[in-house]
Every structure is written in structure tokens, then in C-alpha cells.
Ligand binder design. Structure first.
Ligand code: KG4
Ligand code: ZN
Length: 360
């Protein structure tokens, strides 16, 4: 069966066609980065408008690239939450309208479940139970994955997400948006030991994350050392970025990786764990990939990541997350709504699909 995935939870309008749970026929992602760059972050109202402008084109192009006709689509999977409500509504409304017209089922998907499932597209036999870390611009959440569809909450961030911390420092320094890839590129030219950042200790010994403290510490460091941000639109080649900034970026990125590894290692102790799985936009980070692979190799555990194009938001992962439910004949009701705060645990059980009845 061919499943059309649709993702509009934040600043990417994405569609993908997935056949038989694993073959990607096409994947189209319209990024809104140029629209939000001048603001140094996503502006929700602009994001919604861009989704409205882009969605028809993105889906038509997705079908064209795959050489698939409307009638060959067997079901639709769409991100239902969490995310920006106006942005989610665009994808949900389109998915429902198309499913209704084609008389096929649609399934609402949790965005985090999409990131988690992105791992299994390339690593279908990744060992379970696993520690699954979703680390992106909007989320830093750790789950205990007993089966592919059985999640137990371990911890999440109490303030900023890891990607948000990278984006905010980059914005302050005039490095552009999103900050994660720029810092990833510049950090190897800096000294990661030059600025000491402490790993935050959460008082009740929980495994929660916190990234707002290091952001404040970085801003204080800039102030105390009279380091000025770069002029916007100047070259960001490493040799043109002052060494104190390169050193700060290297230390900052390294402290974020330290904290992620610290929580993963503490969560591993006392649990049966077959593998470590890291997904989401920040999972593309070179230092995180290298250090986590080495760290857990010493402990006899494999670490899995999605392929780079599946780390940031995409619709392939949304189709993949819904595949098992769709195969079992499930479908969500037509009155399912977008939920900007949708929790991963407790996703409502979809109903069995019945042909659409006339509305009203
Ligand atoms: O998964 P994603 O597209 O959106 C959310 O669900 O939030 O993740 C976007 C985040 C941004 O914060 C971006 O700076 C970060 O992923 N990111 C990276 C890298 N590529 C993207 N962070 C560090 N290193 C990278 N190479
Ligand atoms: Zn995401």
C-alpha cells in the first residue's frame, strides 16, 4: 500500500510517499528558513501562511516525482501535534479533505513518534528495548522504547530544547538561523575546553534536561570578555570568525553533548537496554554522532541515527510512524483535531475505517 505522509507542524511543509512501510517513493520538503531568517527564529503566523501557500504544490510535486496518481494513494498520515497550532491545522485540513474526497482512511500522527520511527526506516532490526532520545529545535525528550509502539516517558527538558539553545546563541552572535548547522560547521575550529560550562544538576535527581543556564552563561561570557556579535550578512567562514567566538561555540556545543550523554548514561544504568537511538534535527550534529558512538561502543551498545535528510522535519517519518496502524485497518475519526500539546503517551486508539458518510 502507498501511504501519503504530510508534515506541517513547524517551519517545513513536507510530503512523502511510502510504499509497503519502507520504500520511499518520493519526499519533498519546502523549507521556510528564508522567511524566518531575519527574525532569528520561527514566526508562527508567517509559518501558517507559508504552509497554506505551499501545501498544494508540495503534494502535487511529491506525486509527480514518484509517478504516482491520486487513486494509487491507499491512506494518509498527517502530523496532529505537538507543534504550532495554525501550522498543524493546515496539514490536518488538507489531509482530511483529500482523504474524504478519495474515500481513503487518514491517521493523525504524533510528531515525536515520527522522529522515533525515522530510525527504523534504515535500521529495522535496531535492538529493543532501547533508549530513544528525540533532540530537536522544539524538543529534548528521552523515552524507554520497549516495542516500536510502546513508549515510556523518562525525561524531557525543563526549559529550552537543545536545538533552541544552539539557535538562540547563533542568533545573538549574528550567525543566522538555524544555528545548529552553523555551529556544527564552526565548532571544530574552536577549543572545546576554553569556556567551562557546568552540566546542570536537577535537584530531585531526575533525568530532566535544562539548556537555558548555559545560554545565560554564554551571554555573560560574551559580556565579560567584550566579545561583539558579528555583523549580519558577513562571511561565516571559520577563518573570518574571531577565535574567541569559535572557542565559545566549540565549548557550548561540547557542553550540550556532555549533558545529552550524561542523561543517556544515567538512564541506561538499571534498565535493560539493547541500543541507543537518537533522532531529531540535532541528531545530525557531527560531534554528537561521533562522541555518542564512541562512548556507547565502550559499553557494548550500538547507537543508531536516521540518515541526515530524515533528521530534520520531513513527512517520510510521519508515514512510517502510521504504517503499522494503517496496515491493521485503523483510521482516525473525521472530527479529530490538531493538538499543539499532544502527548506521546496516551495517543487515542484510532477507529476502524468506514467509508466516509456525507458531511453535515
Ligand atoms: O527536527 P527539527 O527539524 O525541528 C523540530 O522538530 O524542532 O530540528 C530543527 C533543529 C534546529 O534547532 C537546528 O538548529 C537543529 O535542529 N539542527 C542541528 C543540526 N542540524 C539541524 N543542530 C546541531 N547540528 C546540526 N548539524
Ligand atoms: Zn521535529
Amino acid at each position: 500500500m502507498i501511504v501519503l505522509g504530510i508534515e506541517t507542524s513547524c517551519d517545513e511543509t513536507a510530503a512523502a510517499l511510502l510504499e509497503d512501510d519502507k520504500t520511499v517513493l518520493s519526499s519533498v520538503v519546502a523549507s521556510q528558513i528564508p522567511v524566518h531568517t531575519d527574525f532569528g527564529g520561527v514566526v508562527p503566523e508567517l509559518a501558517s501562511r507559508e504552509h497554506v501557500d505551499n501545501i498544494c504544490f508540495v503534494i502535487e510535486r511529491c506525486l509527480k516525482e514518484a509517478g504516482v496518481s491520486w487513486k494509487e494513494i491507499g491512506a494518509i498520515a498527517v502530523t496532529r501535534g505537538p507543534g504550532l497550532v495554525g501550522a498543524l491545522l493546515v496539514g490536518m485540513a488538507y489531509a482530511k479533505g483529500l482523504a474524504y474526497a478519495l474515500k481513503i482512511p487518514f491517521v493523525g500522527v504524533n510528531h515525536l513518534e515520527g522522529h522515533i520511527c525515522s530510525i527504523f526506516l534504515d535500521h529495522p532490526n535496531a535492538e529493543l528495548p532501547a533508549l530513544s532520545l528525540v533532540v530537536s529545535g522544539g524538543h529534548t525528550s528521552l523515552f524507554y522504547l520497549k516495542k516500536v509502539t510502546e513508549y515510556e516517558d523518562i525525561s524531557k527538558t525543563r526549559d529550552d530544547a537543545a536545538g533552541e539553545a544552539l539557535d538562540k546563541l547563533a542568533k545573538h552572535l549574528g550567525l543566522g538561523y538555524p544555528g545548529g548547522p552553523v555551529i556544527d560547521r564552526l565548532a571544530p575550529d574552536g577549543d572545546p575546553h576554553s569556556v567551562p560550562f557546568a552540566i546542570p544538576k536537577i535537584s530531585d535527581h531526575s533525568l530532566d534536561f535544562s539548556f537555558s543556564g548555559i545560554k545565560t552563561a554564554a551571554l555573560r561570557h560574551l559580556h565579560e570578555h567584550h566579545i561583539s556579535p558579528l555583523e549580519p550578512h558577513t562571511s561565516k567562514a571559520p577563518r573570518e570568525v574571531p577565535q574567541p567566538i569559535l572557542d565559545l561555540l566549540a565549548s557550548y556545543q561540547s557542553s550540550i553533548v556532555d549533558q545529552l550523554l550524561n542523561r543517556l548514561e544515567r538512564a541506561r544504568k538499571g534498565r535493560e537496554v539493547g541500543s541507543i537511538q537518537i533522532s531529531g534535527g540535532v541528531s545530525c550534529n557531527s560531534e554528537l554522532r561521533r562522541r555518542s558512538t564512541d562512548f556507547f561502543k565502550e559499553r557494548g551498545l550500538p547507537v543508531y541515527y536516521p540518515r541526515p535528510e530524515l533528521t530534520t522535519d520531513n513527512a517520510t517519518m510521519i508515514a512510517a510512524a502510521a504504517a503499522a496502524r494503517i496496515r491493521s485497518g485503523a483510521a482516525d475519526p473525521w472530527d479529530l483535531t490538531a493538538d499543539p500539546n499532544l502527548a506521546l503517551i496516551g495517543h487515542p486508539q484510532p477507529q476502524e475505517f468506514t467509508d466516509p458518510q456525507p458531511l453535515g
